[in-house]
Write a protein that binds this ligand. Structure first.
Ligand SMILES: Nc1ncnc2c1ncn2[C@@H]1O[C@H](COP(=O)(O)OP(=O)(O)O)[C@@H](O)[C@H]1O
Ligand SMILES: [Mg+2]
Length: 171
């Protein structure tokens, strides 16, 4: 047992959810619960080192959103699109390989008009961290465990977080 990670501690305050995932599958399940709450216009920013589990979380989010099948963006290699039956898209941008000064390759405002967006390495896309967003910080604990901390930045993200807490932890 690692000090501080013995118990799930889902509620720190009304606007923060903090818990430990014990497996990739659990991370995906949590992602699915988050994904099913998303609507066009919603932005999720994923922070954490390589191997923290960001892409694993995105796989679950896509399932919850309603389309687990990724298509490469026709215009930009760092973007994958999960398009569900009603035509709405979850955009997944992995900005890890973005070069300084290089744009994300998609017009973020127009993408958010008809889709939701999840971003890995959002700190590499200048304006991303000025937007209303659900901020997720993922940390490696050991081979199978990851700490996830979700925070709502803005009114709509706070609402997402409240609903996520209810859905995932029942409180
Ligand atoms: N609890 C966990 N949650 C997420 N990934 C986990 C967990 N335990 C082990 N892993 C493994 O860690 C790796 C995470 O990789 P990935 O999701 O690509 O991370 P990132 O996108 O942050 O670089 C995967 O190989 C996954 O199977
Ligand atoms: Mg990744």
């Amino acid at each position: 047992m690692i000090e501080g990670y013995n118990y799930p501690v889902p509620v720190l305050d009304a606007n923060t959810v903090d818990f430990t995932s014990s497996s990739p599958e659990q991370t995906q399940r949590m992602g699915a619960r988050l994904g099913e709450l998303l609507r066009p216009g919603d932005l999720i920013c994923l922070h954490g080192d390589l191997g923290a589990g960001k892409t694993t979380l995105v796989q679950g989010m896509a399932r919850g959103w309603g389309s687990a099948r990724a298509a490469r963006s026709p215009t930009f290699v760092l973007v994958h699109e999960y398009k569900r039956a009603d035509g709405k898209v979850l955009y997944h941008l992995d900005a890890f390989r973005l070069k300084p000064g290089e744009g994300p390759g998609l017009e973020i405002d127009s993408a958010l008009d008809h889709g939701a967006m999840v971003v890995e390495w959002p700190e590499r896309v200048g304006e991303m961290l000025e937007r209303d967003r659900v901020q997720v910080e993922m940390r490696w604990i050991d081979d199978t465990r990851r700490n996830l901390r979700l925070e709502g930045k803005g009114a709509r993200p706070e609402e997402i977080l409240r609903d996520f807490r209810k859905l995932a932890f029942g409180n």
